[in-house]
Design a protein around this ligand. Sequence first.
Ligand code: HBI
Ligand code: FE
Length: 283
Amino acid sequence: MAQADMTPPEGAAADWTVPQDWSAYTPGEHAMWDRLFERQAAMLPGRVVPEFLEGLDILRMTRPGIPDFAELSERLMKRTGWQVVAVPGLVPDRVFFEHLANRRFVAGRFIRRPEQIDYLQEPDVFHDVFGHVPLLTHPAFADYMQAYGEGGLRADGLGSIDHLARLYWYTVEFGLMRHGNDLRLYGAGIVSSFGESVFALEDASPNRIGFDLKRLMRTQYRIDDYQQSYFVIDSFEDLLRKTSDVDFGPIYRELETESDVAPDAVLAQDRVYHRGSQDHARA
Ligand code: HBI
Ligand code: FE
C-alpha cells in the first residue's frame, strides 16, 4: 500500500501532482522509452486486445520519445474526457482514488535506468503511460476506471480497500480478455512487461480463470513475480456491467467472514480456461 502520510512532498501540489517538465528529459531518457516501446510493439500484435493498439494510434503514441502529457490529455479529453497528470511516485490511496474518480490518470514522470530495464518497484512513465493510457481511449474502460476511483473512496470508508485493490490488480494491471477462441492481454502490468507478455498468455504455469467478482476479491496476489492466476473477462462492457451495477457493501461484509484464496488455487466453482502447472512458481 502507498504511504499513509497525506502530506505531498516538497514541490508537489496539494493533490500531489507535479509538472511533467517534458523539455527536461534527456536524449538518453527518450532513447530508453524508444527501446522499451519497440520491444513491446514487436510482441503485442496478436497478443494484446485490438482496443489497445487502436488507443496507441489515436494518441499518436507510435511516434518516438516520451509522450508529452499535455498532448495526450488533449487527445484523450476529446475522446473520453480523461487527462494524464504527473506525480512524483506512489501516492496515498485516497489521493489516487480521488484523481481516478475525476477522470485524471496519475503517471510517474521518471523513466527506469538501463540496469532496471526488466524490473522496478515504483511505476515509471513507461509502465504508466504505455501500459495504462491507451485503453483510456475506450469508452467502457474509461468509465470502469472512473467507477473504480469512486468505489475506492467508498471502500475506504468501509475499511475494504484491500479487497477492492485486488479488483484493480487482477483487471487493470493483470487482466486477460476472451477473443474468439483465444485469450488476449489488456492489463497494464502485462503489456508493459517483456517477459510477462508471453508468460501470461502462453506459459503452462499460471491458471487462467473466468472473471467472478467475489472470487477475485478473495484472491491474494504476488507483487514479486509473474502472477500465478490471471482472470479472463469477456469484454470491457461486460466488466463495467459486472462491477458498476453492483452494491459492493454486502459483498465486503460477506468477504469478512470468508477465507482468502491463495494466488495459485483453483476452486470447484471456477470457469477454468487453463489449469496451471505452477512450474514457474515452484522453480
Ligand atoms: N499511486 N502513482 C500511483 N500509482 C498507482 O497505481 C497507485 C498509487 N497509489 C495507490 C495505488 N496505486 C493502489 O494501491 C490503489 O489501487 C489501492
Ligand atoms: Fe499500473
